[in-house]
Design a protein around this ligand. Structure first.
Ligand code: BG6
Length: 517
C-alpha cells in the first residue's frame, strides 16, 4: 500500500507546519550589570534597555536594573550618568517623562568583584528588589559588562554565595572576547559550568542580533530559488567583507591584545561563515541551528604554517584620510605601542572540507580605517558551461548574490541581460531588494533583540560552548604563526584604503577579484 496524503500529513517531519505564532510577554526580572558604569553599559546596554522600556517591551512594574561596579556613587549620581549616556547615544525616543518612569527602576551598588562583602549585599538587594513571576520564581539576569579577566572571579563569587542557582532562576550574559584562545576559552567554560548549566549561559555575539544576519537562514531555507545552487557545483567562491571606517577609538589597551583576528574573525566572521555554509537544520530550535554551525566550524580546513604564509594577508593602518579628514595611524593612537605589530586588517582564504563546499574558497577580509563601513557577503556563481554571447574570449560578468548586512540592509542579485539594440552584447543588471523600502519598520537594534531573547530564555542567537571552542580552533594557528613571524612592513596601508596590495593579489593569483559593486 502506498503512502496516502493522509499519512503524509501526519508525518512527524511535517509537524513544523503547526508552529504557533509566538506571543510572549516578558515577566518580572532583575538584571544585575557587573561593570554597569563602564563604556559598554553607557554606549550600548543602557540605551538598549531604555529603548525597550519606551517601546513598552518591558513590564511596567516588576523589573529592576541593578548596577554593580567599583566606583563609589549614589543611586542619584548613577541615574544622572545614565541619563547623559542615553542622550549621547542619540536615542530618538528620549523624553523627560519616560526617563523619570524608567530611572525609578535603576539602582547602583559599589563593591569589589573579588570580595565577599559585595555579594552579601547583592543577595540582600536582589531579594528585596525582585518581584516573583506568575510561577513564583524570581528571575535574575547577570550581565558581565566587565573586562574579560574579571569574569572568572565574579562567577566564582556568585557560585560561592548561592547566587548562581540557589533560590533563583538565573541566566548569565557574557560579552566577547570569550577567552583569548582555545585553552583560555575552555577554562572559562569550565569555570562557568561550575556555577551555571549550559542553558543558563548566553554568550553574546552582537552580529547575531542583526536582522539581516538572522535573515540569512530565512532566505536560504525558505526559497527554492537559491538553495538548489548553494553548493560546490554552482558556487565559485564566497567573499565576506567586514570593513569599518573607524579606527580603534579609545580602545587601544583592548585592541593591542586582541588585533583583528580576535576582535572580528574569531566571532563575527566565523558566525557569518557558519550561517552561509551550514546544512539545513532539523528544526528552528536553538540547538538544531547551533549544531549545524558547529559542524561547519569543525570542518574548516586547519591551517598549517605554510598555509598561513601563503593564504593570509595582514595589515596595519598608517595615517591617511577618511572622508577628506586626516586621521592618525594605528601606532599614533592612544595606548598603542609606538612599534606595535598588532594587525588591524586581514584578508584570508578558508576552505570548508565538506561534501557541499569542497574546493570552494571562502575569502574573508576585515579591517579598521577602510574607506567606508560595510559588511557584506558575496556569493559568486560559476560561469555557464558554454559561452554563446558576447565576445567569446571574454569571461562573462559572473552571477553574484550580494547580501549587505550594513549600513544599508539589502540583497542584490547580479545577472546578465541582452543589451537593447546591440545584437550580441550582455549587460550586467541588478535586482535589488532593500529592507528599508520593503518594510516600513525599524527593527530592534542588536542589543535590544538579544536582551529580549535572553529574557525569554531563547538561546538561538547565542553561542554555545562547543561553538566558541571550535571557532578558536580555526584561528589559533593563524594567530600563532603571525606572532612567530614579525611583520617588517607595518604600517602597510594608509587609512582610507582597502588594505595592503597583497589583499588584492590573494584573489588575483587565483583568477578572481574582490567584488566591490
Ligand atoms: C565589535 C568589535 O565586536 O564589533 C569592534 O569589538 C567593532 O572593534 C564592532 O568596531 C563592529 O560592530 P558593528 O556592529 O559596527 O559592525
Amino acid at each position: 500500500m502506498g503512502i496516502g496524503l493522509d499519512s503524509a500529513m501526519h508525518s512527524k517531519f511535517l509537524q513544523t507546519c503547526d508552529i504557533p505564532v509566538e506571543q510572549y510577554a516578558i515577566g518580572p526580572f532583575t538584571m544585575v550589570i557587573f561593570g554597569g558604569a563602564g563604556d559598554l553599559s553607557r554606549k550600548k546596554l543602557m540605551p538598549a534597555i531604555y529603548h525597550l522600556f519606551s517601546d513598552n517591551e518591558l513590564p511596567k512594574e516588576g523589573f529592576s536594573v541593578l548596577s554593580f561596579a567599583r566606583r563609589e556613587m549614589t543611586d542619584e549620581q548613577y541615574r544622572n550618568l545614565m541619563k547623559e549616556a542615553i542622550k549621547e547615544s542619540g536615542e530618538s525616543s528620549f523624553s523627560e517623562q519616560t526617563w523619570n518612569d524608567f530611572s525609578a527602576h535603576l539602582t547602583y551598588m559599589s563593591g569589589r568583584f573579588e570580595e565577599d562583602k559585595g555579594y552579601i549585599d547583592l543577595l540582600e538587594k536582589i531579594d528585596r528588589l525582585t518581584v516573583p513571576d506568575n510561577n513564583g520564581r524570581k528571575n535574575i539576569i547577570y550581565y558581565m559588562a566587565v573586562p574579560p579577566e574579571s569574569t572568572p572571579a565574579i562567577v566564582a563569587q556568585l557560585n560561592r554565595h548561592n547566587l548562581a542557582k540557589g533560590n533563583y532562576r538565573t541566566r548569565i550574559i557574557i560579552e566577547k572576547p570569550f577567552g583569548k584562545d582555545r585553552e583560555s576559552a575552555r577554562k572559562l567554560n569550565m569555570t562557568l559550568h561550575e556555577a551555571f548549566d549550559e542553558n543558563q549561559i548566553f554568550r553574546i555575539d552582537h552580529y547575531l542580533g542583526k536582522e539581516t544576519v538572522q535573515n540569512i537562514i530565512f532566505f536560504r531555507f525558505s526559497n527554492t530559488l537559491y538553495e538548489q545552487l548553494w553548493n560546490c557545483r554552482y558556487i565559485d567562491n564566497v567573499q565576506i567583507t567586514v570593513a569599518e571606517s573607524i579606527g580603534i577609538e579609545t580602545r587601544g589597551n583592548f585592541y593591542e591584545q586582541a588585533g583583528v583576528v580576535r576582535d572580528i574573525v574569531q566571532n563575527h566572521i566565523m558566525q557569518l561563515i557558519g550561517l552561509i555554509a551550514m546544512e539545513p537544520p532539523l528544526g528552528i530550535e536553538a540547538d538544531s541551528i547551533r549544531d549545524e554551525k558547529v559542524k561547519i566550524f569543525r570542518s574548516i580546513q586547519p591551517m598549517n604554517e605554510a598555509y598561513v604564509d601563503n593564504f593570509t594577508v595582514r595589515g596595519q593602518y598608517g595615517p591617511g584620510k577618511i572622508n577628506g579628514m586626516n586621521v592618525p595611524g594605528y601606532r599614533q593612537e592612544k595606548s598603542v605601542a609606538p612599534g606595535s605589530t598588532t594587525p588591524t586588517f586581514i584578508a584570508a582564504k578558508f576552505h570548508i572540507a565538506s561534501w557541499r563546499w569542497a574546493g570552494v574558497p571562502f575569502y574573508i577580509r576585515a579591517g579598521k580605517r577602510m574607506p567606508k563601513r560595510t559588511t557584506e557577503i558575496c556569493i559568486q556563481l560559476k560561469q555557464p558551461p558554454l559561452k554563446l554571447f558576447g565576445r567569446t574570449c571574454d569571461m562573462l560578468e559572473p552571477n553574484v548574490l550580494k547580501i549587505t548586512i550594513q549600513p544599508e540592509e539589502k540583497i542584490v542579485a547580479h545577472f546578465g541581460v541582452k543589451y537593447p539594440y546591440a545584437p550580441n552584447q550582455i549587460y550586467p543588471a541588478k535586482m535589488i531588494f532593500s529592507y528599508k523600502e520593503a518594510f516600513n519598520v525599524t527593527p530592534h537594534a542588536p542589543y535590544e533583540r538579544l536582551l529580549i531573547d535572553c529574557m525569554k530564555g531563547d538561546l538561538t542567537l547565542f553561542v554555545r560552548q562547543d561553538g566558541v571552542e571550535a571557532m578558536w580552533d580555526v584561528v589559533d594557528p593563524l594567530i600563532a604563526r603571525w606572532q612567530q613571524t614579525a611583520p617588517l612592513d607595518f604600517p602597510n596601508y594608509a587609512a582610507g584604503t582597502w588594505g595592503p596590495q597583497e589583499a588584492e593579489a590573494l584573489l588575483e593569483k587565483e583568477g578572481r577579484r574582490w567584488i566591490t559593486e
